[in-house]
Design a binder for this molecule. Structure first.
Ligand code: URA
Length: 437
C-alpha cells in the first residue's frame, strides 16, 4: 500500500508552489486507477485553474497522462506524424491531410474526437460514409497504418485514461477553460500515438473557441512549447475562423467537399491553402521538407496526381467502408429530404459571418451534438456557404440548407439570415494564417 496522499499535492498547488515530476506522475496514476477520488481530482483541477502550471509541470502532467495508458509503438519506417485543430466550422482538413501525408511515405495514426457544440468532429465526418467504423483496437490501428499509411480512429479507453477521468471532472467543476489543462489534455492523447512530429492549428475568430487573437497565440505557444518539452518537434499555426474553412458544414457534406478536392473536381480555396500550409509545416518538423513552401509543393503534387485520393479510398475500405468511394461518393453519401437555397433578405456583399451560429445551425438541423450521447444525422447541414466578400442576392444564396424536414428547414433558414451581415461594398477576404510558431 503506497503512502501517497493526494491531498498533499492539491494543497501544495493550492498554496502556489511548484509540483515536482514525481508528485504529478503519482497523481496522474491515481486518476487512472481511481485511488484519487472524484473530489480530489476536481480540487486538483481547480487549484491548477487558479494557480497555473510552470512549463516543467505542464510537460510532466502531459507525459504522466500520456503514460497512464497504452502508447502506440511503431516498427522501422516513415515518420509517424499527426495534426490537431482546436476546432472550427467546415474544418475537414484532417480528411485531406491524413491520406496526402501517407502518400508521401509518412505514417499517420490520427486519433480524433467527436463533435460537441458548434464545432464538427472528424470521427463523425468519416462515419458519414456508410460502413465506416472508427472504433478500432490498437492492433487494428497499427495494421491499417501498415497497409495504407493512415487511419482515423477514436481514442479507446486505454489511451490516456488519466485525461479521460480528469476531463470529466473538469466538466463538472467549471475548470474546462484552464489553458494548462487544455494543453496537457490535448497533447497527452496525441503524444500517446508515438509521434515523431506534430502540427497544431489553433483557430481564432467568430467560429472558434477563442475569439481573440492574443488568446489563440498564447495557447499556440503553450501547446508548442509543451509538446517540444515532451520531446515532439511541433509547429503551430494560428489561423482565421471568421468564416467556414470549406464551403460546406455538416458531416456528409464536408466529406463530399474533401472528395471534390482530392479528386480535383472542385476546390474550396481556403481548405486547399490551409491544408497545404499545415501539411508543409508538419513535413518540415518531420524532416521531409526544407521549408513550408517545399512541403506544400510536395503535398500539392500528390493530390494533383491522385495519390492522396487513392490513400483515402484504401483507408475507407480498410475501415469497413465501400471500395468504390472515389467513383461513387455522390451516390454513396446520405442525402437529406429537403435541400433548398436561402437567399439574403436584401442583396449586397458579405461583410461578416457569425460562424459559430453556422455551426449551431448544423446542430439545430440534427448534424451535431448538444450532449455527448446525442445521435447525429450525417446528411444534414449547409452547402455552398457564401464567404466574406462574396456578392449575395436572389440568384446567389447565403447557403443551401440540407434538412430532415420542412419544419427544421424553416428554423435553420431564419437563423442563417441572422448569421450574415450584408453591406454595400465588398471587403477583402480576411488573411488565413495569422501567425506561425
Ligand atoms: N480537447 C481536449 O482533448 N481536451 C481539452 O481540454 C480541450 C479540447
Amino acid at each position: 500500500m503506497s503512502d501517497f496522499d493526494p491531498r498533499s499535492v492539491i494543497a501544495k498547488k493550492r498554496d502556489g508552489h511548484v509540483l515536482d515530476n514525481g508528485e504529478i506522475a503519482t497523481f496522474a496514476t491515481g486518476l487512472a486507477d481511481t485511488t484519487v477520488t472524484d473530489a480530489q481530482g476536481a480540487a486538483f483541477a481547480m487549484a491548477v485553474f487558479l494557480r497555473g502550471l510552470r512549463e516543467s509541470e505542464r510537460v510532466a502532467l502531459t507525459r504522466a497522462m500520456q503514460d497512464s495508458g497504452r502508447t502506440l509503438a511503431w516498427p522501422e519506417g516513415g515518420p509517424v506524424i499527426d495534426k490537431h485543430s482546436t476546432g472550427g466550422v467546415g474544418d475537414c482538413i484532417s480528411l485531406v491531410l491524413a491520406p496526402a501525408l501517407a502518400a508521401l511515405g509518412a505514417r499517420v495514426p490520427m486519433i480524433s474526437g467527436r463533435g460537441l457544440g458548434h464545432t464538427g468532429g472528424t470521427l463523425d465526418k468519416l462515419e458519414a460514409i456508410p460502413g465506416v467504423t472508427t472504433d478500432l483496437s490498437a492492433g487494428r490501428i497499427g495494421a491499417i497504418v501498415g497497409e495504407t499509411g493512415c487511419v482515423i480512429a477514436a481514442a479507446g479507453p486505454d489511451i490516456a485514461p488519466a485525461d479521460r477521468r480528469l476531463y470529466a471532472l473538469r466538466e463538472e467543476s467549471a475548470t474546462i477553460e484552464s489553458p494548462d489543462l487544455i494543453t496537457a489534455s490535448i497533447l497527452s492523447k496525441k503524444l500517446a500515438e508515438g509521434l515523431d512530429a506534430l502540427v497544431l492549428d489553433v483557430k481564432t475568430g467568430s467560429g472558434a473557441f477563442m475569439q481573440r487573437k492574443e488568446d489563440a497565440l498564447a495557447l499556440a505557444r503553450m501547446l508548442k512549447h509543451t509538446a517540444e518539452g515532451a520531446g515532439c518537434p511541433t509547429a503551430a499555426l494560428v489561423t482565421d475562423m471568421n468564416e467556414p474553412l470549406a464551403s460546406a458544414a455538416g458531416n456528409a457534406l464536408e466529406v463530399a467537399r474533401v472528395l471534390d478536392l482530392l479528386t480535383m473536381a472542385d476546390i474550396d480555396n481556403r481548405l486547399w491553402d490551409l491544408s497545404l500550409a499545415l501539411g508543409g509545416a508538419l513535413l518540415v518538423r518531420a524532416g521531409m521538407a526544407a521549408d513550408r513552401e517545399a512541403g506544400a509543393a510536395r503535398l500539392r503534387r500528390v493530390i494533383e496526381e491522385g495519390r492522396a485520393a487513392e490513400r483515402f479510398a484504401a483507408m475507407i475500405a480498410a475501415q469497413g467502408g465501400p471500395k468504390d468511394i472515389l467513383e461513387r461518393y455522390r451516390e454513396i453519401l446520405p442525402r437529406a429530404a429537403v435541400i433548398r437555397a436561402v437567399p439574403p433578405a436584401a442583396p449586397g456583399f458579405v461583410t461578416a459571418i457569425d460562424t459559430r451560429r453556422l455551426g449551431e445551425i448544423v446542430v439545430m438541423l440534427g448534424g451535431g451534438r448538444r450532449r455527448q450521447e446525442d445521435r447525429i444525422d450525417p446528411a444534414v447541414g449547409l452547402s455552398e456557404i457564401a464567404g466574406i466578400g462574396q456578392h449575395v442576392g436572389p440568384e446567389t444564396p447565403l447557403a443551401v440548407i440540407h434538412a430532415a424536414s420542412e419544419e427544421s428547414f424553416m428554423a435553420a433558414a431564419e437563423a442563417l439570415q441572422g448569421a450574415y451581415t450584408i453591406g454595400s461594398r465588398p471587403l477583402p477576404e480576411p488573411p488565413l494564417i495569422l501567425a506561425e510558431l
